[in-house]
Design a protein around this ligand. Structure first.
Ligand SMILES: NC(=O)c1ccc[n+]([C@@H]2O[C@H](COP(=O)([O-])OP(=O)(O)OC[C@H]3O[C@@H](n4cnc5c(N)ncnc54)[C@H](OP(=O)(O)O)[C@@H]3O)[C@@H](O)[C@H]2O)c1
Length: 302
């Protein structure tokens, strides 16, 4: 086993404070609700939630799914990011409990979270706080010392502590390095930025992920929220109705998840209405290649 210090860099986007907030929030729910939410799940990165209630099953029935290539396990195409949006004082986390429970009710299963600087103790602490022995997916944050971290993650995976492993980045400037790792390492997941305004992943990363059988999680699907500034006060193009799209958020998300290499997108929100809007992007028709191009052109004209 590598030294515990190596595990300290196995981390992702958000701080331990975020994870604590997530947990404090669940503490405010009933035990049953918390168990249902955290269930067999994971922390530190991706939290697949159990959706055991019949109602959840019914409500989530229409959510599109994509298989993780390495296992065939299906994931809903819309997940939930937590960077910044969940970084709140636990005393003010009640609205986030509603966001999370609505997410689960609507069929959500993938939550992206992280103990950012996660010293080994913090990583282990994350396991304890999330009341789980298994974290489903652990990814090396922004390729930090990727080789060493992947070695450690693989060892932990062999011990059954993680089920999947991967790497993340959020800037196109790092894609050449990401591509090298995708070509060299056997990975289950890659998480990268991809949106109608940040399309560089199409050049190498998405085709390579498809070729190598690597699931793709898309971060920054709204360009960190900047896309909404571009369209504020502007009506949706009429042709949006052709692919069951009724809002700009759905327009941006459907554009992403329509790409065949994409497994799921993880928009962040701390607003229940926004969450419901985002989840609807995983339902109904998706645009084909021609319409996706038309969407780019429509946005450029605004
Ligand atoms: N590995 C990495 O290095 C890395 C880097 C960046 C991000 N990530 C992950 O990816 C997740 C998503 O990226 P992001 O948080 O940077 O940005 P994002 O999801 O592209 O945008 C989030 C912003 O969009 C707003 N928003 C969400 N849904 C909306 C809706 N339906 N209508 C209007 N506004 C809406 C949110 O505000 P409201 O809260 O008001 O809805 C928030 O300001 C992160 O949270 C994190 O989990 C990972």
């Amino acid at each position: 086993m590598s030294s515990v210090v190596e595990t300290s860099l196995i981390a992702n986007q958000i701080t331990t404070r975020d994870v604590s907030a997530l947990l404090d929030m669940t503490r405010e729910m009933t035990r049953r609700e918390a168990a249902r939410l955290i269930g067999s799940a994971s922390a530190g990165l991706i939290l697949p939630f159990a959706t055991s209630r019949a109602q959840s099953k019914k409500e989530s029935a229409a959510m599109l799914t994509r298989p993780i290539p390495s296992s065939g396990e299906k994931l809903p195409v819309i997940g939930l990011g937590t960077w910044q949006t969940f970084d709140v004082d636990p005393a003010h986390s009640a609205p986030l409990a509603e966001v999370l429970s609505t997410f689960v009710k609507l069929g959500g299963r993938v939550v992206d979270s992280s103990p950012m600087y996660g010293r080994a103790e913090q990583v282990i602490g994350s396991f304890a706080r999330l009341q789980t022995k298994t974290i489903d997916l652990m990814q090396v944050h922004n390729l930090v010392d990727a080789e060493t971290q992947l070695r450690t993650i693989r060892e932990w995976e062999a011990q059954g502590r993680f089920r999947y492993l991967g790497v993340t980045h959020y800037e196109a400037g790092a894609f050449a390095e990401v591509a090298k790792i995708l070509a060299r390492e056997k990975l289950d997941f890659v998480q990268i930025n991809y949106s109608i305004m940040e399309r560089e992943a199409e050049e190498k990363i998405l085709p390579l992920a498809q070729e190598r059988g690597i699931a793709v999680i898309v971060n920054r699907p709204f360009g960190g929220g900047n896309l909404f500034s571009r369209v504020r006060g502007k009506p949706l193009p009429d042709f949006a109705a052709e692919f069951d799209c009724t809002s700009w958020a759905q327009f941006f998300l459907k554009w992403i998840v329509a790409h065949p290499a994409v497994t799921c997108a993880i928009p962040a929100t701390n607003n229940v209405q926004h969450l419901e809007d985002n989840m609807r992007a995983g339902i109904g028709k998706l645009p084909d290649g021609k319409i996706r191009q038309r969407m780019i052109e429509a946005l450029a004209k605004l």
